[in-house]
Structures are given as C-alpha cells and as structure tokens.
Ligand binder design. Structure first.
Ligand code: PGA
Length: 308
C-alpha cells in the first residue's frame, strides 16, 4: 500500500515533532518509502546518540508458550530444552500455561527459569479463576509476563490494571516481563512512540523496583503474523524507550534494564535482530515451542558479541 503524498507529509510532520520532543530537537532524516509504508520513524542522529546508552544488562530470552500444549508435548519440549547446549551468558525463561508450571518446574533444568503468563492484581482470595503472586511463589515460579497484547486487546486489560499487577507481583518478589507495543493502525498513524510511552508511563507510575523488570517491545502487528519488525524498526523503538526511561525514571535504570523484542522472532531472523545495540534479547512465542529453534534464538547472543 503506497502512502498518499498528503498522508506521507503529515506523517513526516508528526515524525519531526516527535523527534524534536524525544530526541532534543535533532535533525530528522526522511523515512525511506519502504519505512513509510509501515510507519517507520527514522532519526539518524538519534541512533548515533543511543550507542552510548545501549543496555548493559545480560542478554535475556523468554519463551511464551501461550495457551498451547498437553502433558505429553510439554514433556517432549522439556526434554529438548534439557538436552540443548545453551550459551552461558543468557538469562532464559519459559512461560508454560499455569496448569503445566508445576510439571515444568519439576522436570526442567535449573538453568532455565519459569514464568507465568498472567497473575491476579493483588492478594488471593475470592477471585474465581485467578492465580495469585503468592501462589506463583509457592510453586517456585519466579517471573510473570504482564501487558501482553493478547491480554490488552483480546481480554481488555488496561494500562492502569496492568501497572498495578506489576507492582503487586514485584512486591511479592515475582519478576516482571512488562510488554508494550503498538497496533498496526497506530504505527501507520505515526503514534508508535505515543502508545509505547503511554504504556511505559503506566508501568512507571506503579513500579519502584526496576531491577526485577524486563521490558518487552512487541509490536502487535508482528505477533504471531510471521511479519517480523526489521532490526532497524525494533532498534528505533528500543532506543526511544531507553531514552524515555532515562528522562522519566533514571539514567541508571535506562542503562541497566533489558529491553527485549518480540513478534515473529525465529531461528532464521534472530541473529540480525540481536546485533542491534538496544535489543537485549527476545520474547518468543511460536518458535519457543520447538526446543532446537528456541536454543538457536538463545544462542544468538553470539552474534551480538561479534557485532559489539
Ligand atoms: P510470536 O509471539 O513469536 O509467535 O510472534 C510473540 C509473543 O507473543 O510474545
């Protein structure tokens, strides 16, 4: 779909405004036509500035199994993961459906930590169908994914609800993979940063302990679609989110936090994405259901080291 010129110029004006607001008035490079079609936000000067701010945290790869699996398939996947050779300098987490967490915890190597895909907003009690942070701790589940687009857009969770869930989980020592990301129409309207910063603000309004948080940037149009963001598109948003954290939380948090990318990451495209300065790892859906592919994605840390 070619962008009509009036739309293109209004988008450029919006991009210029955003770059001035976010990047301190740096010069704006016109997006290439291909980038315009998907609402790219090109700011060459910003990318140079961000090299110095690239994250200092350990590479992190999460596998989000979503609502997939049976006892047998989970058992096979655990066997594959236990047999895989994994680079040592990567934090690895898998998120099975609640009902399989205990099975995974008791059969998976300690090398890989376990996450839930959701948690209740506060202390447990009369909340039919919910699982509390205390219960996750009870079964040795160290992480939870919050703000995933499937819960935002299919279940209808809003920013504030998600922020409060994050705060409560952290208060119980459950670490949080905090997801953000824009819809396709939001990207095409030049609102990618607005959406991501608004979602970030809701987390920041609730979170005080950022040491136990990983940010996952997952553009909704890339999740489960096979349409991965280009390394440049992902880098651009990661850099902007890190810059937002620097201004709105602290330079220390901005530097140390892991900002991982999610959305159709697979064994073939992970290495190019991993080379980008501000991509500190991945949140993987479909490809995390295949042990060898997931191991390849974990081991893409080696291409990051080569690029550094
Ligand atoms: P996908 O899912 O890798 O299947 O696109 C990613 C996610 O939802 O975290």
């Amino acid at each position: 779909m070619a962008a009509p010129s009036s739309l293109a110029s209004s988008r450029l004006a919006d991009l210029s405004r955003r770059a001035a607001a976010v990047g301190g008035g740096v010069a704006v490079t016109a997006p290439a036509p291909q980038q315009l079609r998907v609402g790219g936000i090109s700011r060459r000067c910003r990318a140079q500035r961000v090299v110095a701010m690239a994250g200092s945290g350990k590479f992190f790869v999460g596998g989000n199994w979503k609502c997939n699996g049976t006892k047998d398939s989970v058992s096979n996947l655990v066997t594959e993961l236990n047999a895989a050779t994994l680079e040592p300098d990567v934090d690895v987490v898998v998120a099975p459906p609640f009902i399989y967490i205990d099975q995974v915890k008791s059969s998976l190597t300690d090398r890989i930590e376990v996450s839930a895909q959701n948690v209740w907003i506060g202390k447990g009690g009369a909340y039919t169908g919910e699982i509390s942070a205390e219960q996750l701790v009870d079964i040795g589940c160290q992480w939870v994914i919050l703000g995933h687009s499937e819960r935002r857009h299919i279940i209808g969770e809003d920013d504030q609800f998600i922020g409060k869930k994050a705060a409560y989980a952290l208060s119980q020592n459950v670490k949080v993979i905090a997801c953000i990301g824009e819809l396709l129409e939001e990207r095409e309207a030049g609102k990618t940063f607005d959406v991501c910063f608004k979602q970030m603000k809701a987390f920041a309004d609730s979170i005080t302990n950022w040491a136990d948080v990983v940010i996952a940037y997952e553009p909704v149009w890339a999740i489960g679609t096979g349409k991965v963001a280009t390394p440049e598109q992902a880098q651009e948003v990661h850099a902007a989110v890190r810059d937002w954290l620097k201004t709105n939380v602290s330079p220390e948090v901005a530097s140390s936090i892991r900002i991982i990318y999610g959305g159709s990451v697979n064994a073939a495209n992970c290495a190019e994405l991993a080379k980008k300065e501000d991509i500190d790892g991945f949140l993987v859906g479909g490809a995390s259901l295949k042990g060898p592919d997931f191991a390849t994605i974990i081991n893409s840390v080696t291409s990051k080291k080569v690029a550094a």
